[in-house]
Design a protein around this ligand. Structure first.
Ligand code: B16
Ligand code: MG
Length: 235
């Protein structure tokens, strides 16, 4: 079991810090509608955490559309992104997910470093809209990485910039691809969302409101994993 002390918390952005995952779904569904097929929320689950172009390919495959030229793929992806950015225009600091500010505050007061590790090229815009960038030491996003999740690159780059060993990092992720990437990076990972979809995570919660940083710290730094009850808030 892990004995390395917990020195850094690395957060996914879409669906963990801000509820932008719903905007991605709305925009992909709109594109599917234009292309003449329905796109369900469960099909959308596969798109979470993966890159924009990979998401497009998964969407097209779900609609049975094959043999699309590179030019057409670019047009479709940027069409979706324009709609997505329209939805992002409505974001305000009130859209930061419940429990996030409190959790970050508790980490900072204990000297834990913090980073964002997102696949999104829109991450700088989102962070600016909700005014939360100052609460993170480091941001690594889709503009700086080459390989998308489940590749561990984004997490390893965050750890490098924070100057913390991967084994001393704890990741918070809402997507199966991100959970896998964090595991491949040699990090511990909490799934935020449906435990059935994030089964590979070391623990799963539905929201930060359920996480007690004090228990989490002792879990990471001192004890081994003995179950979710270790980290759940008592209330
Ligand atoms: P963009 P995350 C990911 O962000 C999203 O989960 C995923 O649905 C999206 O396709 C990807 O960013 C790329 O986003 O089109 O804005 O560049 O969850 O890694 O913060
Ligand atoms: Mg996400």
């Amino acid at each position: 079991m892990q004995t390395q002390p917990f020195e850094a918390a690395i957060f996914d952005l879409d669906g963990v810090i801000v509820d932008t995952a719903k905007f991605h779904y709305k925009a992909w569904k709109r594109l599917a509608g234009e292309l003449g097929f329905a796109f369900s929320e469960s099909e959308n689950e596969q798109l979470k955490g993966v890159s924009r172009m990979e998401s497009l390919d998964l969407l097209l495959r779900a609609g049975g559309i094959t043999e699309v030229t590179t030019e057409r793929r670019e047009v479709l992806a940027s069409r979706k992104n324009e709609w997505y950015k329209e939805y992002l225009a409505t974001l305000t600091p009130a859209d930061v997910l419940p429990g996030v500010y409190d959790f970050l505050g508790q980490l900072h007061s204990r000297g834990i470093k913090t980073a964002i590790a997102s696949a999104s090229k829109n991450a700088p815009l989102i962070l600016e809209k909700v005014n939360i960038r100052p609460l993170f030491d480091v941001v690594v996003d889709g503009n700086t990485i080459v390989r998308a999740k489940p590749d561990p690159e984004v997490f390893l780059q965050a750890a490098r910039l924070l100057d913390v060993a991967p084994a001393a990092c704890f990741v918070f992720e809402d997507a199966a691809a991100g959970v896998e990437g964090a595991i491949r990076a040699g990090m511990r990972v909490a799934g935020i969302g449906d435990a059935r979809l994030l089964a590979r995570a070391h623990l799963t919660v539905t929201s930060f409101e359920q996480l007690n940083p004090v228990s989490l710290l002792s879990y990471i730094g001192v004890t081994g994993f003995t179950g979710w009850g270790d980290c759940a808030n008592e209330q």
